[in-house]
Write a protein that binds this ligand. Structure first.
Ligand code: BGC
Length: 535
């Protein structure tokens, strides 16, 4: 194979190499037909396959695929074997849908619970993040499908994500923000690594020679290709010099021409272009060895998604009410009981093959019990006392009240950070009002990252952290509530009592184009333990 790659490279013209290092569309690499070099298809990631219908449109509708629970939930299972199984299933779906590389896993450290994309990441802890990412990669790649370990590195917030500079000292970088990437690269060798949008100590992730060449390629021995995050390249020549092999999305004829000109006028060493072309060729040719097509087992993957969701759910409080024993009348309150909140917004958004409705799944396990539903809160941020009053009436006469509370998408998504750790005002008022009349109140949370609870947790009987639970999560909640599954998930990130307790509070999200990682290595539990701050 090595020889084949070298001989292909030797036959390529400068123009062909320059075209190869930028994509052909939003999701495919540039083929070189005369040499039999095929095109490679990549797709988001990370907790399902988002294969778009229209290759030229980044935001076009995607084909149905299994939406697995997001990374927060998977990590809370603390079960690398399960994460590997998800990776295998996702690879099977990639093969069926004609995809060579899935754009995941995301293994950035959760520096602040305010980070808008925290739901896509595993943990505040580098070791656990590394183990999870490694297992996921092994699972996917065992089937001949590639992964993209992202977003390398210190992409820990959404605020000014395209431009902000993460100012982080060397020890913190090496001990907190790089080890998960390092472990995954060394142990599982992802086919691709995706650079971050932001700058790291003043240099864009897409041009950062220190990160991409010195550390990733030389110190860790990464032999795959580095792909840009979508649109992260500012100057194609500079990025090639910095070690960024493949620019996405494409095509970009001006950039391709700039590369040709730079080689011709001597400002770009042709060896740098060759090295990136070589890395791309290696992966493209490797990808072409996997035969794509066929079908995937929709039912089996849905069942796996249900199992993972149940294994990742965390019982945060239980005064003995769970598992539910013979009930005659159950009040089911909260919009999320009917409209499952099972994934986050942004590039990871999956078009699910089907969705379990929590209320319906509950009814299936509740036997003869009567279930009465009340919406409890609106879809928006408005306060609607009438919905609370209605919920209180339903809760009062029931044996138990199950409150399905989902943190709405306008508070948590890719693209923006959270401004607080609160549920909506209406949701807090709802929990308080219902638990005041019904001591047997169980709160079921759907969210991708911590919420604060001190205003209401003392008044309720149980709290189940059900996460962004994937398409089968509605059934998984019922499994846990009725004791069909023992809830054995444990948090992989700290739940602070209040926002101002968080380690990065004084520095997040930065100002004047920079965010200082002033808390150093004291991220997550390292900080709370050292300062003896209650959580
Ligand atoms: C995201 C990546 C994603 C890419 C392609 C970017 O905006 O940061 O995580 O893989 O888009 O959709």
């Amino acid at each position: 194979m090595t020889q084949d790659i070298e001989s292909l490279l030797n036959q390529m013209t400068l123009e062909e190499k320059a075209a190869l290092v930028t994509g052909a569309t939003a999701w495919t690499s540039t083929p070189v037909k005369r040499l039999g070099i095929p095109s490679m298809m990549v797709t988001d990631g990370p907790h399902g396959v988002r294969k778009v219908n229209n290759l030229d449109d980044v935001a076009s509708e995607s084909l149905p695929a299994t939406c697995f629970p997001t990374a927060s939930c998977m990590a809370s299972s603390w079960d690398p074997g399960l994460v590997r199984a998800v990776g295998e299933a996702i690879a099977e779906e990639c093969i069926a849908l004609g995809v060579n590389v899935i754009l995941g896993p995301g293994t950035n450290i959760k520096r602040s619970p305010l980070g808008g994309r925290n739901f896509e990441y595993y943990s505040e802890d580098p070791y656990l993040s590394g183990r999870m990412a490694t297992s996921f990669i092994h699972g996917v790649q065992s089937k001949g499908v590639g992964t993209s370990l992202k977003h390398y590195a210190t992409n820990n917030q959404e605020y000014q994500r395209f431009s902000i500079s993460s100012e982080v000292d060397e020890r913190t970088l090496r001990e907190i923000y790089l080890p998960a990437f390092e472990a995954a690269v060394k142990d599982a060798m992802p086919w691709t690594v995706m650079c971050c949008y932001n700058k790291v100590n003043g240099v864009y992730g897409s041009e950062n020679h220190y990160l991409l060449v010195d550390i990733l390629k030389e110190q860790w021995g990464f032999d795959g290709l580095v792909v840009s995050d979508w649109g992260a390249v500012h100057d194609r020549v500079k990025s090639l010099k910095g070690g960024l092999d493949w620019e996405m999305p494409g095509p970009d004829p001006r950039r391709t021409q700039a590369v040709v000109d730079a080689v011709k006028n001597g400002s770009l060493d042709s060896a740098a272009l060759d090295e990136s072309a070589r890395r791309i060729l290696r992966i493209v040719m490797k990808a072409s060895e996997t035969k794509l097509g066929g079908k995937f087992d929709v039912d089996a993957h849905h069942a796996l998604a249900r199992r993972v969701a149940a294994e990742g759910m965390v019982l945060l409080k239980n005064n003995g009410i769970l598992p539910l024993q013979s009930m005659n009348h159950i009040a089911v309150i909260g919009k999320a009981a009917q409209a499952a909140h099972f994934q986050g917004g942004g590039s990871s958004h999956i078009n699910p093959t089907r969705v379990d409705v929590p209320f319906v799944e509950l009814q299936k396990l509740a036997g003869a019990a009567e279930l009465t539903y009340a919406q409890g809160y609106p879809a928006d941020d408005s306060q609607q006392p009438a919905l609370i009053e209605q919920a209180v009436q339903v809760a009062k006469t029931a044996d138990v009240a199950l409150l399905y509370i989902a943190l709405p998408g306008f508070k948590e998504s890719e693209g923006y950070d959270r401004s607080d750790l609160d549920l909506t005002r209406q949701q807090v008022a709802l929990i308080q009002a219902v638990s005041a009349v019904q001591p047997k109140t169980v709160v079921i949370l759907n969210n991708g990252a911590p919420v604060v609870m001190s205003e209401w947790i003392d008044g309720v009987a149980a709290v189940l952290e059900a996460w962004m639970m994937g398409q089968a999560g509605g059934g998984a909640i019922a499994d846990v509530l009725f004791g069909r599954v023992n809830p054995c998930g444990k948090l992989a990130e700290t739940y602070p009592v209040k926002l101002s307790d968080t380690p990065s509070y004084l520095n997040f999200p930065g100002e004047n184009g920079a965010v200082r990682y002033g808390e150093g290595i004291f991220v997550g539990y390292r900080y709370y333990d050292a300062r003896q701050v209650p959580v």
